[in-house]
Write a protein that binds this ligand. Sequence first.
Ligand code: UDP
Length: 474
Amino acid sequence: MKPHVSFLPSPGMGHIIPLFQLAKCLVFNHGFQVSFFVITTQSSAAQDQFTRSAAELSPDLNIISLPETDVSGIIFEDMRILTQICVITRESIKSLKPMLIELNPTPVALIIDIFTTDAMEICEELSIPVYSFFTASTPLLALSLYLPTLDFEVEGEFVDLPAPVEIPGCKPMRTEDLLDQLKDRKNDEYKWYLLNVSRLPYAAGILVNTWENLDVQRIAALKQNSFFRSIPTPPVFPIGPLIKEEETLKEKDAEILAWLDNQPCESVLFVALGSGGTLSSKQLIELAWGLEMSKQKFILVVRKPTDANASGTYFTVGSDEDDPSAYLPDGFLEKTSGVGVVVPSWVPQLAVLRHRSTGAFLSHCGWNSALESLVQGVPMIAWPMYAEQRMNSTMLVEEIGVAVKAAAEIGEVVVGRKEIETTVREVMQGEKGKMLRSRAAELKRSANEALDGGGSSYLSLSLLVDIWKSYLKK
Ligand code: UDP
């Protein structure tokens, strides 16, 4: 009998994609059967498309949508995104228990991620071990495991602390780089975050989407530092980088790739801000003119700007086929015709990053985007917007040395067009760009070595596979 593992990602492509990659790896490389639960949200075309194409891959990979729940009375427009995710997740998980009981054979493990920890109680009743796949970066994992202690020790706001936060065994974290959700402890989203991460120690293991050589110091701290051992932190398994392998290409996507085919090698800057990133009107204008002034080739993925919420399209991404000329500055499309391609809402990001004409990636530094760029050997211009993107950006720029940051002037929120022009030129044409490109090539090799037979991530996953197979024998 094939061992059977279930998955339960939080809503959002940034969560679903890495868990699904692992699911496929278990099915195709290790002979597992997988049931992959998906939390249904109202209107994400990207998620719908994913569910449809994933269902056709293998009879051993069963996609199961949890019934859609009516959250109209408990979700409100002004609710922050993380609270919305957690409320929807909690409601959906209410239907999980009977669905798990019905599975035949019973799964040997349930793999959850950061916001689906409500499943732990159900699995305890059903004697199913729970593993947590932490899909974000190691700085956030270390901070999250430390958070209950920080919460206990610090009164008032963390952002008012006079010095960076000292996480045991790790580089101190500047308070401005803290997760957004930790910047206002009175808000509900802080409470949801704290609740979910305080359950991490109850997992049978923590899988993390990175590889040993990318962050030697923090991974060693998580495994060996006396503080983390005392929590106690469950065994940590760096099994990455797991990035998506295929993307569905629409007709307009083929046109973009055909345009890239006609550009010189490494000449194009790819600008995309993840599934949720939405700029303010002022910032979009500065970015557009900064790109134009740099005279570099570009692909710009744009969304209708919003002045309210930097993660504006989290639940609706891919649905929005609006006309960018309505909100890009007058004259921009004419001036950049032939030099740049503007795409509303969504592109097949991996296909663009993989293309030989792509020379750099202006990214919001979501962890999946960062990994996709590293695996393809593409250097980055860091443009963090929300969630844990600032700490990712700091790691990529200051520790790993594969990115530069375009920064707003002190006291300003908006990054000006001149700064954008200079940074883009420096990365695409300058000496700095050459250094970043060579570092990115090293990291691409290092990522592949970790995944290859005998590499650190390959061995971590093999260990887990053996553990799960051994549960079958009991
Ligand atoms: N993505 C994409 N096309 C886009 C924007 C995003 O394919 O136009 C994919 C991207 O390849 C990545 C995911 O969406 O796999 C975004 O995840 P990430 O963790 O980078 O950021 P989030 O969207 O969670 O902020």
